[in-house]
Design a protein. Structure first.
Length: 213
């Protein structure tokens, strides 16, 4: 089996990246991480990636001033040099220009901490609590030019608990993200969809995984 060469873009601690790297240690995994890149030189995830033996590089977006595309062209060049075929955004906090999205169309996925189309953008946990939702979740989706608008690949849902704060909800949802992202990315790398729905209990939380409804 030839494994799809994976590039991962991060901006911070990289816990979702780590979930992808861990899943890829299984030889049956259809993707192989070859490069992790960050727009922030101090992103904790860079050292975590090196700990897995994966090349990790930072390209500081600030050195490009307001020229977003110039930054992205530098990232794109590194990805191509490393032979990357599929790109996963994992807590990458820069909105990508249509140029980059187009360059990687169909080969660019993201994880977002809400049940899209609910709550695109920021502060998703806060907005979920303020709305009084009984459930919260995350979505892995194809990236298109509209922010958080691309077709969903898979979603995972947890119950909101009485007394949940933004912090507790975010921390509990993160465990669902770590479960969902490797499954969805494997489906994309294999060229098919997320076929089965599933329920997994992690630390007392039932995580419901499903294909987009
Ligand atoms: C995750 O919750 C991810 O869903 C979110 O940032 C966090 C990154 O954590 N992404 C977005 O909000 C993208 N718009 P991590 O660095 O530990 O993976």
């Amino acid at each position: 089996m030839s494994r799809k060469q994976l590039g991962i873009l991060i901006s911070g601690r990289g816990s979702n990246m780590e979930a992808l790297l861990k899943a890829a240690q299984d030889t049956g995994c259809p993707y192989e991480p070859v490069l992790v890149m960050s727009n922030k030189p101090d992103a904790g995830g860079l050292d975590r990636a090196r700990g897995f033996g994966v090349a990790a590089k930072a390209i500081d977006h600030r050195t490009f001033g307001k020229d977003r595309e110039a930054f992205e062209r530098a990232v794109d060049a590194e990805l191509k040099l490393a032979g990357v075929e599929l790109v996963a955004l994992a807590g990458f906090m820069r909105v990508l220009t249509p140029w980059f999205v187009n360059e990687w169309a169909g080969r660019l996925v993201n994880i977002h901490p809400s049940l899209l189309p609910k709550y695109p953008g920021v502060d998703t946990h806060k907005r979920c609590l303020e709305a009084g939702d009984v459930a919260h979740g995350c979505t892995v989706h194809q990236v298109t030019a509209g922010v958080d608008e691309g077709p969903a690949i898979g979603q995972a849902e947890i119950d909101v608990r009485p007394g949940d704060t933004e912090e507790t909800l975010a921390a509990r949802l993160l465990k669902a993200e770590h479960l969902l992202y490797p499954r969805c990315l494997a489906a994309v790398a294999r060229g098919d969809g997320v076929r089965v729905s599933d329920e997994v209990v992690v630390d007392g939380d039932t995580i419901r995984i499903f294909a987009p409804r």
